[in-house]
Design a protein around this ligand. Sequence first.
Ligand code: ATP
Length: 217
Amino acid sequence: MIKEYAVIGLGRFGSSVAHTLFEAGNDVLGIDMNEERIEDNKECVTHAVVADSTEETALKAVGIRNFDCVIVAIGDDIQASILTVMVLKDLGIKQVVAKAINKRHGQVLNKIGADLVIFPERDMGERLAHHLMSPNVLNFIELSEDYSVEEMKAPSCMAGKSLRELDVRARFNLSVIAIHRNGDIIISPSPDQDVHEGDIFVVIGKNEDLKRFANME
Ligand code: ATP
């Protein structure tokens, strides 16, 4: 389904979000108060307009109320980021996603009603550290402090064995909930499913068990 997104602030982060949404076939409005940024990005979004997002009238004039989701990608100017989120929530935008540059900024954005607050630098730093410690782990979602879902390369010592033989649940206390194989995905694999070289597991469990599993020789 095509959704309509507006991205406010076309710096490195905002332009990357905007281009990715646009390339995936969505309608994307890019907004920045810097004309040069608009020039640089106008080919990679549906519309690009110069506007100061702290001004309610300017946002109304570009029809911001028609958008399902607005991403506020202003970082350095914390005041502008906060004012923009306030205006958007006042205008009744359902989903406002805002980038925070530090914890305090994030707390304020949450307080004034941002629906999702993201910390790109902090999160990328965490992901890189996890990847360096466990190169087999390709992706993860933290469910709580102790539990995660991880996407990981199946250790090569497992190739040719079935999930039953590997006894992942009893040995590691983990569940393999899906396997990516040659572009296909096997959901809820049966215990008789053989593991192939190059398989990517989606595994759920405790972080310490996931770490043991991912680093298995
Ligand atoms: P990034 O870290 O994503 O590269 P940046 O360092 O280029 O960002 P930021 O201060 O985070 O810069 O701002 C991102 C963009 O937001 C800039 O292009 C800036 O012109 C724009 N911007 C800042 N304030 C406003 C505002 N009030 N209205 C519209 N655009 C704004």
